[in-house]
Design a protein around this ligand. Structure first.
Ligand SMILES: *[C@@H]1O[C@H](CO)[C@@H](O)[C@H](O)[C@H]1NC(C)=O
Ligand SMILES: *[C@@H]1O[C@H](CO)[C@@H](O)[C@H](O)[C@H]1NC(C)=O
Ligand SMILES: *[C@@H]1O[C@H](CO)[C@@H](O)[C@H](O)[C@H]1NC(C)=O
Ligand SMILES: [Zn+2]
Length: 649
């Protein structure tokens, strides 16, 4: 009993390290607000930054503030109120400098006590070493008129563009003033834009040139990883009452047309989960080197151009990112071991929205099956690794201590997390589970949580809302699986197959192809009538059975469906991966097509499997040729893949 009380007390007092991937002393002092000032010099690829912090002290005595930084130049730290300059130094460890950055230690020059507020200012400079930032030359853009800049802060990369408490367990509001030295460059951030004014530089080396000043503000508390910026010759086009699309001018009409139902998607999700509280919603379609499908920056989702297929088949990424407005951005994981608190819940809500969008639950199940196939393949892959960290990536609780949290990123938190919630919904009942999720959002609104918070909340909610017998039965069925589902490295204890008529057709066609060994099945043309996700399932099932897929079958498939000429990158990367695995692509035109693909698409989900499948020599050669095109995060992950390869495969 005593122990229990001690543990509780300890948690309340924050003796527990919630997030070990930050060097900051966030338990002793908390960021309340940040004001960012950035002077963008995109020609030189440098940013002069000044950040003003409002902190609140949560320890009894505080004499230092520790912040996360990654490869930046700190110039000066001072109190804005009286100008007093403060002592600072950087504590670093050679390995950690590359992995997670360093600790900036600021000596406050006096002792603060619980409840005090502190205002500080830091002036600093960042450049191409900032791994959150992608600086692009005009030639690398669609419009080719001006340089371009975009950020990607998740997981722990915000510390490379701002010195701060870089942990999802600390939330704050922010505002920003951004000045560009070119009138062509337009800027958006993950907040409301209050001002955009042009002015003339008067005594600068660029005298007479027009500069552009922008102001932003976000009054809802967010974690560091949701700060975002895009700057370039980008413009905005409305797609509805609350929504808009932003991109360079070249393809903007195409993007606007493909995303003209964004307002409806927002409505579908609201139907299930309640009001969208962030105001407007805009999607930026970034250059093709963007490493992800989408990134849920509040009010300003970033998306990869591969989601624009022409037939709206890629818009589920948009639905996913909107769903993060609730799961991820409103209730946030408290460290990156708990990422499924964002992603699993987000996929669950996404699929509630897709049910309304598709008008057919079977087609939603097809998505879940594709997800399942990919999850199972990864669980196998991670489990076969000798590295205990990699093994843990198969669970919903990956190890990230002393590592770059990005390393643990995979489809596991999405699909394994989704499956757990799907299972819970089945035990609890759909209507009630919906109520439970709404209550969870209300309870943890604008806060951070982990899997034990969710477990405790769920059990208490069930206890309060069900009669005793039902409560006990349901609790028992949850307790039988929850811990295994979250912590074990093997398959989840229970697996839903999601079989349905729409997938049955697909699986039967795969079997006929394999049995035919190169002869086309009689009904082979039904493939052309499949929806995009059925085609994905077709290819991912072939991948599962790749041992039985001969070059003759691949040749005949290509002849029948011309898959490598399609424009849907979701299909292309699966086909190309399979082409390498089955040796259909080997020193021939097929291989050249794949080479071209990895030079045009920088989305990690799509290029990483291809680099994994290639032999070391080819992978190294292709990587060197395309390195300049890739984003810093993509570079890092491909380099890791190549490092892990042995010379002859
Ligand atoms: C994340 O939080 C969980 C508790 O929810 C803890 O077990 C784990 O060690 C933490 N991981 C890191 C890297 O801080
Ligand atoms: C699920 O719960 C709701 C609300 O408690 C109830 O009205 C409904 O009948 C239940 N559905 C099933 C299938 O048990
Ligand atoms: C790509 O091929 C590898 C084998 O090299 C396989 O393990 C992986 O599951 C495939 N990935 C996809 C997405 O098809
Ligand atoms: Zn997501």
């Amino acid at each position: 009993m005593k122990l229990v009380i001690l543990v509780l007390l300890c948690q309340m007092l924050y003796c527990v390290d919630v997030d070990k991937n930050t060097f900051s002393n966030y338990k002793d002092v908390k960021t309340m607000h940040l004001h960012i000032e950035w002077l963008l010099n995109l020609d030189e690829k440098v940013i002069d930054g000044c950040v003003e912090y409002s902190f609140k002290v949560s320890a009894n005595r505080l004499s230092e503030i520790h912040l996360d930084i990654y490869k930046m130049n700190i110039l000066v730290v001072y109190y804005p109120d009286n100008g007093q300059v403060l002592k600072w130094h950087v504590e670093s460890d050679k390995v950690q400098t590359e992995e997670q950055g360093d600790k900036l230690v600021i000596e406050l020059g006096q002792m603060y006590k619980l409840g005090d507020t502190i205002k500080l200012r830091i002036k600093y400079q960042i450049g191409e070493d900032a791994r959150a930032l992608s600086f692009m030359d005009p030639e690398q853009t669609d419009d080719k008129k001006a340089p371009y800049l975009f950020s990607q802060c998740e997981a722990n990369n915000c510390r490379s563009m701002i010195p701060l408490q870089d942990t999802p367990s600390i939330k704050f509001t922010y505002s920003a003033t951004v000045i560009t030295q070119s009138p062509l460059i337009n800027v958006f951030m993950s907040g409301n834009r209050l001002l955009n004014q042009k002015f003339t530089l008067i005594n600068d080396y660029k005298k007479g040139q027009i500069a552009n000043i922008f102001q932003f503000e976000l009054n809802i508390k967010i974690p560091a990883y949701l700060i975002a910026i895009v700057a370039g010759t980008v413009q905005e086009k409305s797609t509805g009452r609350r929504t808009a699309v932003i991109s360079e001018s070249k393809n903007i009409e195409k993007y606007q047309k493909e995303l003209d139902e964004l307002d409806n998607y927002l409505g579908y999700l609201e139907n299930y989960i309640g009001e969208y509280k962030w105001g407007s919603y805009k999607i930026v379609i970034l250059p093709a080197s963007f490493p992800f499908g989408g990134m849920e920056n509040p009010l300003l989702t970033f998306a990869n151009p591969t989601i624009i297929v022409g037939d709206k088949s890629g818009v589920s990424v948009a639905v996913h990112e909107i769903a993060h407005s609730w799961f991820g951005n409103t209730v946030t994981c408290n460290n990156w071991s708990n990422m499924w608190i964002n992603e699993g819940f987000c996929v669950f809500l996404e699929r509630k929205g897709l049910k309304q969008l598709f008008g057919d639950i079977n087609l939603v199940h097809v998505n879940s099956q594709v997800g399942n196939n990919e999850m199972n393949a990864l669980i196998k892959e991670f489990n076969s690794s000798p590295d205990d960290f990699v093994k843990s990536y198969a669970s919903l609780h990956p190890k990230t201590l002393d590592h770059n949290a990005d390393d643990s990123f995979s489809t596991i938190p999405y699909e394994r997390g989704f499956q757990l919630l799907y299972y819970l919904e089945k035990q609890i009942n759909e209507t009630r589970f919906q109520q439970l999720l709404k209550a969870w959002l209300a309870e943890y609104e604008y806060q951070s949580a982990d899997e034990s918070d969710f477990y405790r909340f769920m059990i208490l909610w069930l206890k309060l809302n069900l009669d005793t017998e039902e409560y006990q039965n349901i609790k028992k069925s949850i307790d039988n699986v929850y811990t295994k589902w979250v912590y074990d490295y093997g398959q989840p204890p229970i697996q839903e197959t999601f079989e349905n008529p729409a997938s049955k057709e697909v699986l039967e066609l795969v079997n006929s192809w394999i049995e035919g060994d190169g002869t086309k099945p009689q009904n082979y043309q039904i493939f052309d009538g499949f929806k995009s996700n059925q085609k994905q399932l077709f290819l991912s099932t072939l991948q599962e059975k790749s041992k039985d897929v001969t070059v003759a079958i691949m040749t005949s498939l290509e002849d029948a469906y011309h898959i490598s000429d399609l424009t849907d990158a979701e299909l292309l990367f699966r086909w190309y991966n399979l082409s390498i695995v089955t040796t259909y692509a080997k020193d021939n035109t097929n291989l050249l097509k794949i080479k071209k693909f990895v030079g045009l698409v920088g989305r990690m989900k799509m290029v990483n499997p291809i680099y994994k499948a290639l032999d070391k020599q080819t992978a190294t050669q292709w990587y060197q040729e395309n390195k300049a095109f890739y984003h810093p995060l993509t570079r890092q992950s491909i380099e890791n893949i190549i490092k892990g390869k042995t010379i002859s495969k």
